[in-house]
Design a protein around this ligand. Structure first.
Ligand code: PXP
Length: 240
């Protein structure tokens, strides 16, 4: 199972004061040395953490694959085509949300938006950029994602992480990951994962990649980023 480290909140801390410290590129390098398989960064429309310059600097400096999270908009598509990350992950974005609150509602999407997502998939694929769709662990959403033409999805684990009935939520994720895999869709997962709740998710062999950010950046205050990433890496590896 690959581990992608989301470094958005290194930029959040930097932006609290302005200036250049702490550096998302340095965080990506430390994460790489600690066993990460990829770096994830979300360029939000309001640029509240990661900036356009960060994306350029990450692409130029890091050796690991870059997973660029973007909302499906014209502006973000042209940034992605220019930046050439290894992968684009399409996420829904609401301006006032604190974090990505749910997956893309591909099932109920209007035709115009659906065609636009198909255009993103086509143009990115032509530029050798993989495209994944961030969706809720729901079979209808997976069917809609298949229909739209993706071959990678990321399952939103937020409800599982916040739920008191984790068994029910875990079952939903397990069934969704199996269903997607059976339909030749590579399955990733992420959002809200920490050292404890990652264990049951990492045991789901259908999931090929986890993307984890906020908890690890917070924990690195206490144990260092290298220590936090290594610990997460070990927990995930022990679940094999
Ligand atoms: N995956 C996606 C698609 C996300 O939008 C986010 C949050 O930016 C994450 C994973 C990581 O979530 P967290 O920061 O809660 O670990």
């Amino acid at each position: 199972m690959r581990l992608g480290i989301n470094i958005d909140h290194v930029a959040t801390i930097r932006n609290a004061r302005g200036g250049n410290q702490p550096s998302p590129v340095k965080a990506a390098e430390i994460a790489a040395n600690a066993g990460a398989d990829g770096i994830t960064a979300h360029l939000r429309e309001d640029r509240r953490h990661i900036s356009d310059i960060d994306i350029k600097a990450l692409k130029e400096s890091i050796e690991l694959p870059l997973n660029l999270e973007i909302a499906p908009t014209d502006e973000m598509l042209s940034i992605a085509l220019e930046a050439r990350p290894e992968r684009v992950c399409l996420v829904p974005e609401k301006r006032l949300e604190i974090t990505t609150e749910g997956g893309l509602d591909i099932k109920n999407i209007e035709d115009k938006k659906k065609y636009f997502i198909q255009k993103i998939i086509k143009e990115c694929t032509n530029s050798n950029i993989d495209v994944s769709l961030f969706i809720d662990p729901n079979l209808d959403q997976i069917n809609a994602a298949i229909e739209i033409g993706t071959n990678i999805i990321e399952l939103h684990t937020g409800e599982y992480c916040n739920s008191v009935n984790t068994i029910k939520e875990l079952d939903r994720i397990n069934k969704a990951a199996k269903y997607a895999t059976d339909n030749n869709i590579e399955t990733h997962a992420g959002h809200g994962l920490n050292f404890d709740n990652v264990i049951d998710i990492a045991k789901i062999s259908y999931i090929k990649e986890l993307n984890i950010g906020h908890f690890l950046i917070g924990e690195s205050i206490f144990m260092g980023l290298e220590g936090a990433v290594k610990k997460m890496r070990n927990i995930i590896d022990d679940c094999k």
